[in-house]
Design a protein around this ligand. Structure first.
Ligand code: ZN
Length: 49
């Protein structure tokens, strides 16, 4: 099992949805990029969707 599928949103702790090279929280309407297989979850790097 890919560990990325176990990650939760740092804001609301709900499950993140994987979309190619990004992780999306539908609840918060934010997304994180995955760089070289590592999710970039720094809050300053979060993008609104
Ligand atoms: Zn969230």
């Amino acid at each position: 099992m890919n560990y990325i599928s176990l990650l939760v949103c740092p804001l609301c702790k709900s499950k993140l949805e994987r979309r190619k090279n990004q992780l999306i929280c539908k609840k918060c309407k934010i997304r994180f990029k995955i760089k070289d297989g590592m999710p970039d979850m720094l809050l300053g790097h979060v993008e609104k969707i």
